[in-house]
Design a protein around this ligand. Sequence first.
Ligand SMILES: Nc1ncnc2c1ncn2[C@@H]1O[C@H](COP(=O)(O)OP(=O)(O)OP(=O)(O)O)[C@@H](O)[C@H]1O
Ligand SMILES: [Mg+2]
Length: 256
Amino acid sequence: MQLQVKGLSKKYYSGFLGNNVTDAVDDVSFEIKEGEIFGLVGGSGSGKTTVSKIVMGLLKPSAGGVFYNNRDLTKINNRQWYLLRKEIQMVFQHPQMTFNPRRNIYFACAEPIRLYKLAKNKTEEKAMVEHLIERVGLTKDQLKKYPHELSGGQAQRLSITRALCLQPKFIICDEPTSMLDVSVQAQILQLLKEIHDEFNITMLYISHDLEVIQSICDRVAVMKNGKIVEIGKTEEIFKNPQHHYTKQLLESALYI
Ligand SMILES: Nc1ncnc2c1ncn2[C@@H]1O[C@H](COP(=O)(O)OP(=O)(O)OP(=O)(O)O)[C@@H](O)[C@H]1O
Ligand SMILES: [Mg+2]
């Protein structure tokens, strides 16, 4: 087993005196096996992003732990996270926000390779970048361009390249296709599936879209108000939902 989330909770305190408490995540537990694509589905505000940020080490939980190969990620220091970042990567909903607008696409890809000294020299670095950029469906000519010159789908391909440069073992995708139109969405999903198969990458895939979850995930957890209400094999959950919230989600999806 690769990732185990145990009893995770997160409270946000807001308001003038910090006395406004939101239980964004409330005692959430699940496991992701190596090589699996695990989905987290739920309506807006159900706590999906909060879970992903805690798993990624970007937020501290109020309670609980995240065990990656039996190591509690909520307890490790920045140096240890630096080493682990190579293995655990994230693909965000708004890829443009993760690029430096003043540096070209070649730099965006080469930066992680340089940071982790993965290439022996410039020639090897260039070969790695060119190989991956073509693998994700962009072209070598586009390396000279700047991130703002890319379409939404191309920008998401670039962020997938950046993640792949580090040869990750685990990728967290938080709504990576929700800003794209349907045909581009399908292409990016196909690409994610292919890289999952080709590089044997385990994935946590977050979406509010049941159709997307159904097409890509082996197992799924349904979240509502910070809690998991149902968890199981995607096929079974879709065929025979147990919780009324899952039924509601499935019914509403029919009318979109
Ligand atoms: N920094 C914050 N401070 C206070 N409350 C927050 C903060 N971030 C999120 N929340 C609240 O926590 C809850 C869970 O938010 P979260 O972003 O995890 O949901 P989500 O399932 O990812 O929603 P969406 O589908 O809209 O992305 C929401 O009620 C949200 O308003
Ligand atoms: Mg979210």
